[in-house]
Write a protein that binds this ligand. Structure first.
Ligand code: ADP
Ligand code: TRP
Length: 322
């Protein structure tokens, strides 16, 4: 059975890009595999420096995962910082990782290009991510397309370790979620917490309705046929939430002319809102029971450490630390 692993950084509120790009594929895989999902709180250190905020986002993401269908009986679910081995492996891997490899990382280049003053953590981020993955002998990593380069780096680093110290680490494959690999945000760019263009999975109804109704469209009249209907952002998003025949009908009406953008966005909001309705109810139940959530994460950490202690022992031995 393939071992599947993925993590999400608690650096904000999760959005539908996270849901379709990472969470849903992971949840679909939990029944058929050996699934390991975690909250990447060490990764949040390079983004957030407020402890209150970090705790709140961490709890929020735990609630989101559980509400959306992560089943702790099927998947191991934990908080990264409860498994210290990940820091130890980061050091072993970092000592073999060329500076040039890290200098080429998009995440690092993008952030420094935006004027973020880089620190060691930001630079070393792909090594920590490699440790996350390699500690668990991971076979498959379901992530969105933006993480592809980090996966390639993980593979490079694992190969380097094995070349230096003998076959020790499993070289993972990547799995980019099929047709929904890059969900677009409200402004037509990739949806991302850092671009302020997100539609949250959970949130206040009025705010979210306003966001969706605020999607900017062109100035063509409703009557005008739209031969480029498939390029329409609201229609593309509707396709994520509405049944296929409903989405096809909207596309047809947009193409033919006669459908106003306001009506299209209204339909998008309604389908989006009802899509997450059952998860919303479940999340409210879980939020009322934070002790249960904490217990799930602690149990998960114990199960995770049963794996990581073995990998770490193997790695220490291979490189002569023992
Ligand atoms: P963000 O860009 O909002 O900070 P993260 O980098 O924390 O999101 O991503 C967490 C997971 O969600 C990753 O697996 C990532 O690939 C996936 N993901 C994020 N944004 C999108 C998107 N717009 N489309 C598809 N998947 C996404
Ligand atoms: N870097 C990922 C992101 O920003 C989160 C992450 C950390 C991750 N470690 C991981 C994803 C290991 C998959 C596997 O989205």
């Amino acid at each position: 059975m393939p071992r599947i692993l993925t993590g999400i950084t608690p650096s904000g509120t999760l959005h539908i890009g996270n849901y379709f790009g990472a969470m849903r594929p992971a949840i679909e895989l939990q029944a058929g595999g050996d699934a390991y999902y975690f909250i990447a709180d060490y990764h949040s250190m390079t983004v957030i420096t407020d402890p209150v905020e970090r705790r709140a986002f961490t709890l929020g993401i735990a609630l989101d995962w559980l509400a959306c269908g992560l089943d702790p009986a099927k998947a191991v679910f934990w908080r990264q910082s409860d498994v210290h081995e990940v820091c130890e492996l980061t050091w072993l891997l970092g000592s073999l990782t060329p500076m040039g490899l890290l200098e080429r990382a998009h995440s690092y280049k993008d952030k420094t290009a935006k004027g973020v003053s880089p620190n060691f953590g930001l630079f070393a981020y792909p090594v920590l991510m490699a440790a996350d993955i390699l500690l668990f002998d991971t076979d498959v990593v379901p992530v969105g397309r933006d993480q592809k380069q980090h996966l390639e780096m993980t593979r490079d680093i694992a190969i380097k370790f094995n070349q230096a110290y003998g076959e020790t680490l499993v070289v993972p494959e990547e799995r980019i979620a099929g047709a929904v690999a890059g969900i677009l945000g409200l402004d037509g760019q990739k949806m991302s917490k850092s671009y302020g263009n997100t539609i949250e999975i959970f949130g206040d109804e009025k705010t979210l309705r306003k966001k969706i109704m605020g999607i900017v469209m062109d100035s063509r009249t409703p009557q005008e046929p739209k031969p480029d209907a498939d390029q329409n952002l609201a229609l593309q998003l509707l396709g994520l939430f509405a049944p296929k025949d409903v989405a096809a009908d909207f596309e047809h009406r947009l193409r033919a002319g006669g459908l106003g953008y306001g009506d299209l966005k209204k339909a998008l909001f309604e389908h989006y809102w009802s899509f997450f309705a059952p998860y919303r109810a479940r999340r409210a139940e879980l939020a009322a029971n934070p002790d249960y959530v904490e217990q799930v994460l602690r149990d998960g950490a114990l199960r995770a450490r049963a794996v990581t202690e073995k990998t770490m022992a193997r790695a220490r031995k291979a490189c002569g630390l023992r």
